[in-house]
Ligand binder design. Structure first.
Ligand code: FAD
Length: 462
């Protein structure tokens, strides 16, 4: 085997959320780490346009922060969101907590601030070097080398390393090289939703405060489309419109004038429109982007190259787990390094084996949640189910966790286990509600017993 404790050279492509955490962790472990990032240094240049400005950050992501000792620093960037605040068409709101346990909540965090913190921490290690404005064109995975273009002087150069790890996001250059190389059996799928997204904003109030409730993830569910809003530290909210490109009365293709956009919001989101005087400007200035799921395998070529983060498993954003999953990737990879394998191929293999089932699961859960958020959260039976689940979690904090809690807060089990158990529970509760076997008014201990029994029966059947 190779001497993996020695000065192994690791080349990382992409210094986004996953790449910067990976660089920091591998730097802490003593490797020689070189990172190449296509875009300018976001700590020096404003390049926020076009990507989600803030994100929901939760327990699985936080495991990554604990791993590198940044939990307290990251907390300072977080705004707790205790639940979903649902806005109906009349402007009525109600809060639906994410958990019946008070200490379980998700956070809104700035992508830029978090990425900047990780970059700065990584650079504190003299064995970590990060280069900006250098985009990877192609990876020669057989020779473990990568071709880059320098966007400052337009020169091109080749770098080689002992291993290359690509964390270059959904459009990964390494993944393309696998696909185009046709040197091994590489499976790849990409599924787009018929919906795209566009970012809008609610600006801070005159006094710098928040124009709507700060500590929630706001949702305006309308069946086939929705807007959501997450708070920022400066008093603003980032609003995201999820809408079909070409279906329905209003869609991205036909919302072509300020009048139509205003009419659409007036009809569907009147309370949001009231606090969005900048709507039309935002709408026509900001890009509309597609949403898709990417699955592929294998993630690695022998012991030479590996895909991680969105490059291996891009998912739709509706569970708020893409970044969290990518951080969890680093935690899982680190655990595999601790297992003491004596060559990179064994490490990459072991990592993919323990990880892929879970990233496949969160990809599927994220699609489920698309329908849940835009549609189900507004329905009576769904609301009664949530009410029961909240009561179960409150009364029996050790015994019951909803699907949402299993996925988001229960970091000790993988996404796949959370999915299987969570789906069975959902099915059990919804079946029993529609058959009038349980209701939110029943004795909660009885409800727990029935839900447990029915869940086990469903799990055994599947
Ligand atoms: P990225 O963050 O995409 O980083 C890739 C990096 O590689 C970038 O810096 C890029 O410039 C660089 N790069 C790309 N190509 C090259 C190249 N050829 N050479 C060199 N560098 C390159 N996740 C959550 O957990 N919670 C959320 O609430 C959430 N909301 C989201 C909302 C939206 C609208 C979207 C689109 C995503 C959301 N996500 C969320 C998902 C999250 O953004 C991603 O999962 C996460 O950014 C993945 O990190 P990454 O480092 O793998 O990829």
């Amino acid at each position: 085997g190779e001497d993996l404790d020695g000065a192994q050279d690791i080349l990382i492509i992409g210094a986004g959320l996953c790449g910067s955490l990976l660089a920091l962790r591998l730097g802490q472990r003593g490797y020689n780490v070189t990172v190449y990032e296509k875009r300018p240094d976001l700590r020096k240049v404003d390049i926020s346009a076009g990507r989600s400005i803030n994100l929901a950050f939760s327990d699985r992501g936080n495991k990554g922060m604990k791993l590198v000792g940044l939990e307290e620093e990251v907390k300072k960037l977080c705004i707790p969101m205790n639940g979903r605040m649902i806005h109906d068409k009349e402007g009525n709101t109600f809060m639906s907590n994410y958990s019946g346990r008070d200490y379980e909540y998700i956070n809104s965090i700035s992508r830029e601030d978090l990425n900047a913190l990780l970059l700065t921490e990584a650079e504190k290690h003299e064995n970590v070097k990060i280069h900006f404005n250098k985009g990877c064109k192609h990876v020669d995975f057989e020779n473990t080398s990568a071709e880059f273009k320098d966007y400052i002087d337009n020169s091109e150069f080749i770098e080689d390393a002992d291993v290359i790890i690509a964390t270059d996001g959904a459009g990964s250059a390494l993944r393309k090289s696998y696909y185009l190389g046709k040197k091994f059996l590489f499976s790849f799928s990409q599924d787009y939703l018929t919906h795209g997204y566009k970012e809008l904003s609610i600006l801070p109030a005159e006094d710098g405060g928040y124009k709507t409730f700060k500590n929630a993830l706001h949702i305006w569910p309308r069946g086939d489309f929705m807007i959501i809003a997450l708070p920022n530290l400066d008093g603003s909210f980032t609003v995201t419109l999820f809408l079909s490109y070409d279906e329905g009365e209003y869609n991205f293709n036909n919302l072509t004038t300020p009048e139509l956009v205003t009419e659409f919001f007036q009809k569907e989101f009147p309370d949001a429109l009231e606090i969005m005087p900048n709507l039309v400007d935002d709408f026509f200035e900001n890009p509309t982007a597609p949403l898709g799921t990417i699955k592929c395998s294998p993630w690695h070529y022998k012991g030479n190259t590996l895909l991680m983060g969105d490059s291996a498993h891009a998912i739709v954003p509706f569970y708020g787990q893409g970044m969290n999953a990518s951080f969890e990737d680093v935690v899982e990879f680190d655990a595999v390094l601790d297992e003491g394998h004596d060559n990179w191929e064994a490490i990459f293999k072991a990592y993919e084996k323990r990880r892929k089932k879970d990233t496949d699961a969160i990809a599927d859960l994220a699609i489920d949640n698309f329908h849940e958020m835009k549609d189900h959260v507004g329905q009576a039976i769904f609301q009664e189910k949530r009410k029961i689940e909240m009561a179960l979690e409150k009364e029996f904090p050790e015994e019951y966790a909803s699907k949402y809690s299993l996925v988001t807060f229960n970091e000790d089990i993988g996404y796949r286990e959370a999915m299987l158990r969570g789906r069975a529970q959902d099915k059990a509760i919804l079946n029993m509600l529609s058959d009038n076997v349980i209701s939110a008014e029943d004795d909660i201990k009885d409800v727990l017993e029935k839900v447990k029994e029915e869940t086990e029966a469903i799990l055994e059947d599947d």
